[in-house]
Design a protein around this ligand. Structure first.
Ligand SMILES: [Zn+2]
Length: 439
């Protein structure tokens, strides 16, 4: 049976004590990994360790499962405001907590776009009423995401923006990007880029390669991503500031990030589970449900992404959760919208890297907790005394089959329908309160 709750509509009593007993507690930041107990007081972690007890606490038996910081997904599209027939803050966050995620970062390509304090205020107030998890958001780099005039970055940061991006679209104008770096440097926030040269993309719909040739559709070449990344890094090097590459998909872009990191530039990068799990041949099986931007790439690129996760060049895993209704996808490949849902499948797909011994569990979890938190200047993603009690309990070995029709998202567009996976979130805790539980 599944149970859901809201953390903020009726917040937890600040004196409430809960003892999570017999857990394998993992804090990816410190490397702590031991069987023990963890005590929460209200919405904070009070203590944890091998011999922690609290006679007056409610007891939750974790049965040896992994208790980790709640997952942080720094790239979701919850379509609110504007396209709430596809998703809204309630359904998106319900889907997120069912996937073990306690904090999401919404992208600003809503309608209206998140380029004003007013829209930010709407988001914050609605999240408090209906959201199952913490809702954070990037603001737009440019007004209306038109790529021309900078948004009021100072006011938007004060309103709660965790960084700036025009995601969904690239910032094509290098001078606008230069000025965005200048502002962001002073504000100490990240500029996140959807790296795509629209001229090189040339209305392509899937990866340019054997599959696009076979299907006779226009392809998106790898250089469409990497030339923007190379350009942005050159601007960053000249101006300073912080750069985050959203959803990397190609070996070339990743190599550029590695070179920038080797030079000591302030660059971070995330990858989406679909890009390290699938290659472009999936389009032959899943059709438009395997169409997203950036597209699924070649097997060579996929292997490069796995290497990047292993070597640590890739800092974070984020879903790019992009829900669409059936009518947006039930079209020829060239006309269907880009994007797939992802928050309910991030953890099991990522755990494959642990089961295949590509990454250790703390290293893998770091990419969905503390590393992700640092990119957005967020104080979550850690287990320590006094930290926020955002937690996930993970059953590592539960084997199950992904059924997209059972997603809690309003949308079901996923190429992973029918995939056999291992491991899942069985309890998700936000601000000290269980907001999702499988019993
Ligand atoms: Zn994007």
């Amino acid at each position: 049976m599944l149970k859901f709750d809201l953390p903020y509509a009726l917040a937890i009593d600040s004196n409430k004590k809960i003892l999570y007993k017999n857990a394998r507690i993992i804090d990816p930041e410190s490397g702590y990994d031991k069987i023990g107990n963890l005590l929460t007081l209200g919405d904070k972690i009070a203590d944890f360790g091998e011999n922690i007890s609290a006679p007056d606490a409610e007891i939750i038996d974790c049965k040896g499962h992994v208790l980790a910081p709640g997952l942080i997904d720094i790239q979701v599209h919850f379509r609110d405001p504007g396209q709430t027939h596809k998703e809204d803050l309630s359904t998106g966050s319900k889907s997120a907590v069912a996937g073990g995620i306690t904090t999401v970062v919404c992208q600003p390509n809503t309608a209206p776009t998140l380029d004003s304090v007013l829209t930010f205020d709407y988001l914050r107030m609605k999240a408090k009423e209906v959201a199952h998890c913490n809702i954070k958001a990037y603001a737009c780099i440019t007004k209306g995401m038109k790529g021309e005039e900078l948004a009021d970055m100072n006011a938007l940061k004060n309103a709660g923006a965790v960084g700036f991006t025009d995601d969904g679209l690239p910032v094509m104008n290098a001078n606008v990007m230069r000025r965005a770096f200048e502002y962001s440097k002073n504000l100490d926030v990240v500029i996140a880029q959807h790296a795509e040269d629209l001229n090189l993309t040339n209305k392509g719909c899937i990866n340019e390669g054997k599959v696009s040739l076979e299907l006779g559709v226009r392809g998106i070449p790898n250089i469409s991503e990497s030339v923007i990344v190379e350009r942005d890094i050159a601007i960053l090097e000249a101006i300073g500031g912080r750069y985050h590459l959203l959803h990397v998909s190609t070996k070339e872009a990743l190599d550029a990030v590695k070179r920038a990191k080797d030079k000591g530039l302030n660059v971070t990068v995330e990858v989406s589970p679909h890009h390290f799990t699938l290659n472009d041949t999936q389009v032959l099986k899943s059709g438009t449900n395997a169409k997203m931007n950036p597209p699924l790439r070649s097997e060579q690129d996929r292997i490069a992404l796995i290497e990047g996760l292993k070597s640590g060049v890739i800092d974070a895993i984020a879903t790019d959760h992009a829900p669409h209704d059936i009518s947006s996808k039930d079209k020829p490949l060239e006309e269907a919208t880009f994007g797939i849902v992802g928050v309910e499948t991030m953890l099991p797909l990522s755990l494959a890297l642990y089961h295949q011994k590509i990454l250790t569990l703390p290293d893998l979890l770091a990419k969905m907790t503390c590393n992700a938190a640092k990119i957005i200047n967020f104080d979550g993603g850690v287990i320590k005394k006094g930290a926020r009690a955002d937690l996930v309990l993970i059953d590592l070995n539960s084997e199950w089959v992904i059924e997209s029709q059972k997603f809690h998202s309003k949308s079901k567009n996923s190429p992973f329908d029918g995939f056999k996976v291992k491991g899942r979130a069985i309890r998700t805790v936000v601000a000290g309160k269980t907001v999702f539980e499988i019993s």
